[in-house]
Design a protein around this ligand. Structure first.
Ligand code: NAI
Ligand code: MG
Length: 347
């Protein structure tokens, strides 16, 4: 069980430390943690946000636990040397094409003032976002039109094989949950989405136990606010998924609670909280480490099939929240280490 630990910048090291404590407390057989430098921290030490030595650690590991990258002191650097290139580079180098982002309201938070009580209790959804294609990776440029105006353009494209592999990821995820998959596209207007819908529909034949539905993205945005409880798994493209997954994350209380997994073919994955390096609270024991602790739970489930230990971590976080263990992000006064202590106590 070789896990690369890339803590990164800002609150990254603080929250990652608590997740590592939780992993170590589980007595996992053959657990090996290998630390590596990423982001601004790596640039200072090696002159690059994702040095070759870090990439080698990533390739040799079974899974990666990632904190956060981002450092305003690097704002003057050329784009390819900025800290954020570490996470983009890892996604590209490791072929991490499926981003899984679960959003669920923990029982202890249903009455919290940050939530809408009339919908909060029912929210338990998973967004499966494609991560390697779409308008972000198509040809792009800025050209000058005949009338002298500048025009920016980005090509939106998905091939059948790209859609097929993310569709399988969506169906498999639904199979392990409530068995419902909603594919989100804009097939009434976009040819990319027509291919998307055709392929998802064809793949559905291999998963007769999963109930497939389709929804246009504009309606999906509205439904996520109106009644998020209707969704089990949502599968969608890179652009729509970027927007909808941030939107869904706000249905459940705080950015400090949301974990994510980025998967390649096979079981290798990268697991990280959805938040960034939060320089405003870094080094002050103020960050909520729960998102990173929950990312470690996803790591055990998706890369090692250790469902029991994953569920144990999630139950411990839920129990701590039910006891009112709230960080500043939830209006409480618990610090990073104290939250880690509380979760360990519940394990
Ligand atoms: P951010 O997510 O770092 O912070 C947004 C707000 O949420 C801040 O007020 C912060 O204090 C708060 N916050 C975030 N995580 C928290 C936690 N665990 N507990 C309590 N409060 C928390 O986003 P921001 O400020 O836009 O970006 C800061 C840096 O992070 C930038 O350099 C950005 O590029 C980078 N970033 C990196 C990501 C990654 O490593 N995957 C993702 C998003 C941003
Ligand atoms: Mg985003």
């Amino acid at each position: 069980m070789k896990i690369a630990v890339f803590a990164g910048d800002g609150i990254g090291p603080e929250v990652t430390q608590q997740a590592v404590r939780v992993l170590q407390a589980l007595d996992l057989p053959g657990l090996e943690l290998v630390e590596g430098d990423v982001g601004g921290a790596a640039w200072r030490k090696h002159g690059h946000p994702l040095p070759e030595v870090t990439l080698e650690i990533a390739r040799a590991a079974d899974a990666i636990l990632f904190g956060a990258v981002g450092d305003f002191a690097c704002d003057h650097l050329e784009r390819h040397l900025r800290p954020e290139q570490a996470i983009l580079g890892l996604r590209k180098e490791l072929g991490l094409f499926a981003n899984l982002r679960p959003a669920r309201v923990f029982p202890g938070l249903e009455g919290h003032s940050a939530l809408r009580p009339e919908v909060a209790g029912a929210i338990d959804l998973l967004i499966v976002r494609e991560l390697n294609g779409d308008v972000y990776f198509g040809d792009k440029g800025i050209r000058t039109l005949a009338n002298g105006e500048r025009q920016g353009w980005d090509l939106m494209a998905y091939s059948e094989s790209e859609v097929r592999r993310i569709a399988h990821a969506g169906f498999k995820a639904a199979r392990g949950r409530k068995g419902r998959l909603c594919s989100v596209d804009k097939a009434n207007v976009l040819e990319t989405s027509q291919v998307w819908r055709d392929v998802v529909t064809a793949v559905a034949a291999e998963y007769p136990d999963v109930e497939l539905s389709h929804m246009y993205v504009d309606n999906a945005a509205m439904q996520l606010v109106k009644s998020p409880g209707q969704f089990d798994v949502v599968v969608t493209g890179n652009l729509f998924g970027d927007i909808l997954s941030d939107q869904a994350s706000m249905c459940v209380g705080s950015i400090g609670l949301l974990a994510s997994a980025s998967m390649a073919e096979g079981t290798k994955g990268l697991y990280e909280p959805i938040h960034g390096s939060a320089p405003d609270i870094a080094g002050q024991d103020k960050a909520n480490p729960m998102a990173t602790i929950l990312s470690a739970a996803m790591l055990l489930r998706h890369s090692f099939g250790r469902e029991a230990e994953a569920a144990r971590i999630e139950s411990a976080v839920a129990a701590a929240l039910a006891d009112g263990v709230f960080g500043g992000d939830l209006g409480g006064s618990y610090g990073t280490t104290a939250i880690g202590d509380a979760v360990l106590g519940k394990l």
